[in-house]
Design a protein around this ligand. Sequence first.
Ligand SMILES: [Fe+2]
Length: 237
Amino acid sequence: MVDFHSHILPEIDDGAQSIEESLEMLRMLKAQGVNTVCLTPHYLAMDESPDEFLARREESYQKLKSAIDESGEEFPKLLLGAEVFYYPGICRMEELSKLTLQGTDLLLLEMPSCKWNEFTLREIEELYNNTGIRIVIAHIERYLDFQHKSTLERLFKGGVITQVNASFFISKRTRRKALKMFKLSHIGFIGTDCHNTKYRPPRMNEALQIIRDCKKIPEQVIADYIKNLEYEINNSF
Ligand SMILES: [Fe+2]
């Protein structure tokens, strides 16, 4: 299983604040059957250039890698990525492709929590039509209520991929909606979006168990989700 969205890299954003915390989060995910973890720290274009961000990410990753090597323990495979915050003009950002998930053409994009206007929608379309980058909208469940149904259909048709958080399934308030989306194969990736071990810990196993326990979801839909996930992560390039 893959955790597509996490803030495990140490001391780089509002996620893990120490190497020990990073290691503990990885141990938790391993115990939950996760074998690949996408490391997706926040990227804000107004704060730094992609190269500055990548240098910070590399430094953080090397610290974590040394600690992993020293520990002698087995940890999930790690893939470097970013959670890029949308801003008007993003489709003209030349170095955006540097922020795609390692070994793939997938860019995890965090959107503003409001109704997306025509300009924003055109920018997303321009990104996936003209840049060779495929857009994965991070935790799309946060934005669903703000958007017209036709907006989402338009994005799906255009090839935009959705990522939802494990909490979308775990919360009793949103579970029905999450399972319905999963059944319709409208969910590309599930991520924990974990930030720490206490308040926003990784809870992938709970989400997966809820999906497996749902009698309305055919086995084949689950098998297809896993097959697609593995294809995207292992065979993109
Ligand atoms: Fe996140």
